[in-house]
Design a protein around this ligand. Sequence first.
Ligand code: ADP
Ligand code: ZN
Ligand code: ZN
Length: 640
Amino acid sequence: MPDSLQGQVTAGSLVEVPFREKALTGVVLELTAEPGCEESRVKDILRLLEAEPFFGRKTLMLVEWMVSFYGATWRDTLFAVVPAPVLAQVQRPGKPRGPRRSTLPASIHYPAPSLLDEQRQALKAIRPGEKVLLYGVTGSGKTEVYLHAVEAALQSGRQAIVMVPEVALTPQAVERYRGRLGDTVGVLHSGLTAAERREQWWRLRRGELSVALGTRSAVFAPLQDPALFILDEEHDHSYKQDQTPRYHARQVAVRRAAQTGAAVVLGSATPSLESFYLAQTGYYKLLELSARVTGRKPPPVELVDMRRRPRQLLSQPLVERMRETLARDEQVVLLLNRRGFSSYLQCGLCGHVHKCPHCSISLTFHKQARHLRCHYCGHTTAPPDLCQACSSPELSYRGGGTERLESELATALPGVELARLDRDTTSRAGGHAEILGRFARKEARVLLGTQMVAKGLDFPDVTLVGVINADGGLNLPDFRASERTFQLLTQVAGRAGRGQLEGHVLVQTLDPENACLVSAAQHDYAGFYARELELRRQVGYPPFCRLVRLVVSGTQAEEVEHEALDVARILSARVAQAELLGPAPCPLEKVRGRWRWHLLGRTAKVQELVQGARTYFDQKANNPRSDLQWSVDPDPQDLL
Ligand code: ADP
Ligand code: ZN
Ligand code: ZN
């Protein structure tokens, strides 16, 4: 540190440093008298970028914990904590920091209802330092409890962070929070423009806003002294980041809350098995809201047996119900958790399925675009006329996605306005809001889509929900397949009958006796939980152990396999406390031209395994002749 900067640079400062021939931005992690290497090789800091230290002491401690717990680099972790547009700008100082006035519309004030008994008890339990699991069906008044808890935090002069899973969900959430809490609510999610994100972040940082409402990354909102962290729909897997640092917002929230003695509130109608188990064993305090505020029972769910017509997307009972519903001027939501027109192209003679050349999954036919597309890497190709394997012309399109459902609906219900919500129709900015807006204004009468339609939507005239292929997710090679299906069905069923009108749910399935589906149809979380927990106990999966997933990938299949075997051998010698399962090819064996193998470590000591793997991988990562990559994922949510 040059003398001119003495006293100005401290831990957390952003500085410009010489690196090779360039000047790069660096973060000062600590001040020390010991040079890290030979004294003559240490270069001077060029200049200080921000007068105030950019990262506070608590943030640096949190980052340090994430680096070691998630086995990520400091760089990736620091970047995850601050939104990219903010970082990009502080690296070019002197630029204005965006508009000071909020660009969001002003809010209308909504009065608060007085709380019901169970709500009041829940609110009382949300105290500093407490960790709470709020378990209550949709419509049982959880959000109302959150709002009161946030108000209490603000009254004590502190701040609050509220997380919701999806950007799609956020417009309604924003309206509700701002309607109650006024212009003190800042919004942080990836759907905002860079300028909006920067503006919101700085206003939170300067203390002009006291509530941060957003998706996963809002857990890092730059508030001085948060008293409350809320994760709504805590079971949602979007709370886990799927690239390094592979953090879970729930874990970070608990960690960050401990720094300021804040309360953590997890809310869900279908808590994750892990959280519910931790509540039963005392780590979280379990609070229940047992009924809908309206007193209405959850909608009846009927399973429709599709075994006699497996190729059909729409059953007769569902079409009839839809006609009746539409005739009463009510609305319909349909869930089919798969995009595109048909799932795959199969040869009628030899059975060959056309797969992506870069990934090990079948290509999906998109009718409007007239091509086959890979949903992992985006590879597209014209549909072939002949089978690639046997040159037979007998190719047929099998399975079905939202695009085909849309076209079958147009035939079954001529003249009915449809709105389709999936990643293909929402890829444009504002796509979401536009589609949901049309449905809200009843310009569209049927909303169909992927899991996006299951989450959070609140339209009072929706009285019928149909699930097209409930089995779709059940057979994935992932131990959470049943749990995910149960959660999805419960959530989508919750879209029906939210207003004054009674709702109905029809679930089409090839497996009507399946225990998971039957529990979902009976709204029986307790039954599902007990059975699933017992299965997990028998096979020794979470919550009865912790897992760490290690993935090796590379373009050379043989090299990847050898490396995976090496990793298994070396780690089982080095990390005595872990039981390693595998190695085996990942269920998705190849993605974007890279072959993938994985290992699952089962252990009570996650840290030890993560560190052991990281140390070994870092040693190997410097070989310029190989393109192998390794990843470490503690408490993995994705096993494909
Ligand atoms: P959840 O978050 O569990 O789905 P909400 O908090 O959104 O439930 O409540 C469902 C509906 O009931 C909302 O329209 C809400 O305004 C209303 N509500 C919640 N609590 C009360 C209450 N104590 N008195 C009157 N209405 C309430
Ligand atoms: Zn063939
Ligand atoms: Zn692909």
